[in-house]
Design a protein around this ligand. Structure first.
Ligand SMILES: *Cc1c(COP(=O)(O)O)cnc(C)c1O
Length: 376
């Protein structure tokens, strides 16, 4: 799809555009991986709970992974009978738990205290434990589930016997990883700790965090899953989020002011980091379509329109000077973007467009003043 053409035909900016063909191709890659390894693939709803995405996932993958009651409800509403719904969260609430056990097929408790408090309320879900192997792979502690004093999961080395009511184990330790080394190391530790005890379990959920479709050599994954299945008789689940929608989302924005500050060209956009908060959280510039190599054109600092001084997307170079009304497209912003977007400063949320498989573009979500008013 020619996004250049598309961006000039959108009726409004700022706008998120989600490309069905890219999502379908990611799903097809995951289906391949599933077929080659005989694992089951769940979509992690928190990355982008957009109905259109859930409807694409429903018939193709094996279900959903959720982190809260609301996510469990939206997953259940779009599920078929044969879809699994897995939940794990440090935030399970006592008063919501009965409903959660009715919505979710698999529950992985985040702590021993959580499991002792809640498991007696369970009737039908298969119960598991989220374990933390304490193997750090992320450089930034804020995004490392295995950081010191982590709140995410039970320390693997603190658990010598798997309680008899527990049927599964869950772990999730990486983010945007493009090789399977962390997975192999984690499984090695798990086997060291439990050995043949793993045979008493029914399932193992290996979390998300890998960009599966972008990994060239799938053989290590396939071999690992096949071995775990044959050696211990386990059902194996993975639950990617970003791998399904990350590269399928685009943020289209317009330049609304240009000026020079301390000798640098500044271009103000009609969006802000509040529409994609991870830009600020990670201090990472999102990829912009159509920029020149540095030194080859006109450099600009692209900034958001909020009052926050650090509301900056980054420095980008353009062939021509930018002018008011120019439209720019950030790519690879499909995951953890729209779901975290907010109306700080009273600026409206971006519109949402769906680019369907025939390249037809339609507006699927528009907010207005009444939505803002109602929120407050
Ligand atoms: C966030 C999360 C996922 C999905 O992670 P991605 O990086 O989007 O693949 C899966 N499982 C758990 C427990 C998570 O917290």
């Amino acid at each position: 799809m020619d996004l250049n053409h598309l961006k000039n035909n959108l009726n409004s900016t700022p706008a998120y555009v989600f490309d069905e063909n890219i999502i379908s191709s990611n799903i097809a890659e995951l289906v391949n991986l599933r077929n080659n390894s005989d694992c089951q693939v769940l979509y992690s709803v928190k990355a982008l709970p957009l109905e259109q995405v859930l409807n694409l996932v429903k018939p193709a993958l094996d279900g959903f992974s959720v982190s809260s009651l609301f996510e469990a409800r939206i997953a259940k509403e779009t599920s078929t009978e044969k879809n699994s719904i897995h939940i794990t969260s440090p935030g399970l609430r006592d008063h919501e738990f009965k409903e959660i056990t009715e919505l979710c097929s698999h529950i992985s408790f985040n702590s021993i205290t959580q499991s002792l408090r809640l498991q007696k309320t369970n009737k039908q879900a298969s119960l598991g434990l989220r374990l933390n192997p304490k193997l750090s792979f992320a450089k930034d502690q804020r995004f490392d589930p295995c950081r010191p004093f982590s709140k995410l999961g039970i320390a693997l080395d603190s658990l010598t016997d798997i309680p008899k009511e527990i049927e599964g184990i869950h772990f999730h330790t990486v983010f945007s990883n493009t090789d399977y080394l962390p997975l192999e190391k984690t499984i090695h530790l798990l086997e060291q700790q439990f050995g043949a005890q793993l045979k008493q379990l029914k399932w193992l959920n290996m979390g998300g965090g890998y960009l599966y479709p972008q990994i060239n050599n799938q053989q290590p994954f396939i071999d690992l899953v096949k071995r775990l299945k044959s050696q211990y008789g386990l059902e194996i689940f993975i639950e990617p989020g970003k791998a399904v929608v990350g590269n399928a989302g685009f943020l289209v924005t317009s330049v609304i002011d240009c000026f020079i500050s301390d000798g640098k060209n500044i271009a103000v956009l009609d969006t802000s980091v509040n529409h994609n908060p991870e830009v600020f959280e990670y201090q990472k510039s999102p990829h912009l379509l159509q920029t020149e190599k540095q030194g080859n054109g006109h450099p600009y600092l692209l900034v958001g329109s909020s009052c926050l001084a650090g509301d900056i997307f980054g420095e980008y170079t353009f062939k021509n000077q930018l002018k008011i009304g120019d439209r720019l497209v950030f790519s690879n912003v499909g995951a953890y973007s729209l779901i975290k977007a907010n109306r700080f400063n009273g600026y409206n949320l971006p519109d949402v467009y769906w680019l369907d498989k025939h390249h037809k573009v339609s507006l699927i979500k528009h907010n207005d003043y009444q939505d803002y008013r109602q929120q407050w």
